[in-house]
Design a protein around this ligand. Structure first.
Ligand SMILES: Nc1ncnc2c1ncn2[C@@H]1O[C@H](COP(=O)(O)OP(=O)(O)OP(=O)(O)O)[C@@H](O)[C@H]1O
Ligand SMILES: [Mg+2]
Length: 332
């Protein structure tokens, strides 16, 4: 404790003991405020008071009749600490109450989302049976009665079958999407580079005539669920592959930003209009028509779910005709 501080305290206390009044008490209060803002605690204050009393006693300025007044001075200085303490306690209690409310709200949202999930899962499931029957009977009609149908009839039947097939695809994708949110998530250290290479190899085998250069670092370490990260990369790379398919040569690059922990998948394909970037990650939203590029529009919704389950974030940049880049993080 500094001598100046001790001097300040004993001088204020001495004045109070000499002639206790509102003014000397208010000086005590100010002193308490100053002590607290300088970072002193109650223990410091008690030591300071003890020393100051000793000093006054040695100077003959303290006689037994003034003990009460000294106590009143101490109470006034320490009242600042008492009030601060009460304030902390109240703030703490209100924080606790807020936390409990937030926790409740979070549980309610999670319960609703689980219900919705279960609902969409069972609806999708139940839609399959009638759909199978539409597909099966229209196939039977085509096989058994095809020759009797005229061209218009054949055209209609083909449309029925195409629509049934597309709906089957949509439902299967929806079920797959629901499954992503349900399975267990295990986080481990994974090298994404070999996963990327395997996926692109598979895409090449499906379309060997294409000229696509793949750029990927030797290793690309991440922490996450290997299976889910595989699904995410599969979707991002299939998109890169698909949306570059109209050009003779293409380049797909996968890597991490220099600042670290932001992964990206970049292509120099068809790109998209940034005006609609918000729609990209919603299920069944597509920025290209079926005749331009085929798809159901659940790939990116799946990737977003996977990234979010990891506690990460996904976003995209693109320009029409100038390619697209998808960035994602994987949380802690
Ligand atoms: N690499 C990309 N370049 C340009 N546009 C893209 C790219 N990736 C996605 N998009 C746009 O975002 C839309 C949604 O992508 P998403 O992967 O969800 O669906 P999809 O590829 O059309 O169908 P699915 O993945 O279900 O087969 C795409 O239809 C396309 O308009
Ligand atoms: Mg896709």
């Amino acid at each position: 404790m500094s001598p100046e501080l001790l001097e300040r305290y004993s001088s204020a206390l001495g004045q109070h003991l000499g002639a206790p009044c509102e003014e000397t008490l208010s000086a005590a209060y100010e002193l308490g405020r100053a002590l607290m803002s300088e970072g002193h605690g109650l223990m410091d204050l008690s030591a300071l008071h003890h020393h100051a009393l000793g000093q006054l006693l040695a100077r003959g300025q303290l006689d037994p009749s003034k003990v009460e007044a000294a106590q009143a001075f101490f109470s006034e200085v320490s009242s600042v600490f008492e009030m601060a303490h009460r304030g902390y306690r109240e703030a703490n209690e209100s924080l606790k109450a807020r936390n409990a409310e937030l926790e409740q709200a979070k549980e309610a949202v999670e319960a609703t989302s689980r219900e919705l999930e279960a609902f969409s899962y069972s609806v999708s499931h139940d839609l399959r049976a009638p759909l199978r029957s539409i597909d099966g009977f229209s196939q039977a009609l085509e096989e058994d009665n095809g020759p009797q149908l005229d061209d218009i009839g054949k055209g209609h039947l083909k449309r029925v079958r195409d629509a049934a097939r597309r709906m089957t695809m949509l439902i299967d994708d929806l079920l797959r999407l629901a499954r992503i949110s349900r399975g267990e998530l295990t986080k481990e250290i994974v090298d994404l580079a070999p996963i990327v290479k395997t996926v692109v190899e598979r895409l090449r085998r499906g379309d060997p005539s294409r000229q696509v250069e793949l750029v990927v670092p030797h290793s690309l370490m991440a922490r996450g669920d290997p299976r889910l990260l595989g699904v995410a990369l599969e979707n991002l790379l299939s998109n890169a592959w698909k949306f570059t398919s109209k050009q003779p040569r293409a380049r797909i690059e996968v890597g991490m930003l220099p600042a670290g922990h932001v992964y990206f998948v970049r292509d120099d394909g068809a790109g998209f209009d940034m005006k609609f970037v918000d729609r990209l990650f919603s299920a069944f939203q597509r920025l290209h028509t079926q005749s331009e590029f085929e798809g159901t529009g659940v790939g990116l919704a799946t990737v977003q779910r996977i990234v979010r389950r990891h506690g990460g974030r996904i976003w995209a940049e693109g320009a029409v005709g100038r390619g697209a880049t998808f960035y994602f993080t994987l949380g802690e």
